[in-house]
Design a binder for this molecule. Structure first.
Ligand code: DGL
Length: 262
């Protein structure tokens, strides 16, 4: 049956596990195939053509070899570069992308100052520009490219994660809840939620940190429901695939997803 097929999820590396974690909470009976493109990461400082090519190749593999019933592009950079192409090329396949949570942040901020941490590729994309234009006037958005941060998280280099979080927070401006300070931080890269403990310490109390896992998971549920694809009898298994080292992905999945992988 179509609904028993897995959902494909991909990212340049382990970042998409932050989205998969939310998907599994929202959809505990779905089966997932997760593809980490660690052999070609990071995406964030590459050009669009490279990221689009990788995204196409991964989508084809998930469709041909795993017969996925839906696709989650669990990467802001790949969504910006390729989700429109994937939707055009696989019109039958429900596809969900992720984007930095500017709209929720605009509703949350009290100081009307919001920092957006994302990759250079995401911030430079036409898709992000359109999103930014749609909320202009609702708050002042400080756009901060975070070169190297996804790679440091990918390699679990905690010292470098801490150094870069400090560096980029300082570059963005003053954080806090007083007038004129940045009181909301949008994590516009799916790797960054894994640095939340460090980021929270760096930006200090009173600053809201916004990620996209839960809204994406709710949207996935809606899309499966309208397409009659919701699995109500699956075992919640996760198959892990990667173009990089298998062991590193397995360890990251155990660390970030917790419990059993089904
Ligand atoms: N996790 C990815 C994102 O959401 C990209 C990280 C990278 O490969 O640079 O943009």
């Amino acid at each position: 049956m179509e609904s028993g097929k897995p959902i494909g999820v991909f990212d340049s590396g382990v970042g998409g596990l932050s989205i998969l974690r939310a998907l599994r909470r929202e959809l505990p009976q779905e089966e997932f195939v997760y593809f980490s493109d660690a052999g070609h990461a990071p995406y964030g400082e590459r050009d669009d053509a490279f990221v689009a090519e990788r995204s196409r190749a991964i989508a084809l593999r998930l469709i041909d070899e795993h017969r996925i019933k839906a696709l989650v592009v669990a990467c802001n950079t790949a969504t910006a570069a390729a989700v429109h192409l994937l939707r055009a090329e696989h019109a039958h396949l429900p596809s969900i992308g992720v984007e930095p949570a500017l709209k929720p942040a605009a509703g949350m901020t009290r100081t009307a100052r919001v920092a957006v941490f994302a990759t250079r590729g995401t911030l430079a994309s036409a898709k992000f520009r359109a999103l930014h234009d749609s909320v202009r006037g609702q708050a002042d958005f400080v756009l901060q490219p975070c070169d190297g941060l996804a790679a440091a998280i990918e390699n679990d280099n905690q010292e470098e994660v801490r150094r870069l979080c400090r560096l980029y927070a300082r570059a963005a401006g003053e954080f806090g809840s007083a007038p004129g300070q940045i009181d909301t931080l949008v994590l516009g890269c799916t790797h960054y939620p894994f640095a939340i403990p460090v980021l929270a310490e760096v930006v200090g109390p009173g600053v809201g940190i916004v990620e996209t896992g839960e809204p994406v998971a709710r949207q996935a549920r809606r899309l499966l429901e309208v397409n009659g694809l919701l699995n109500r009898a699956g075992r919640g298994q996760v198959t892990l695939l990667t173009s990089g080292p298998q062991q590193a992905l397995r360890q990251a999945a155990q660390r970030w997803l917790g419990g059993s992988l089904g």
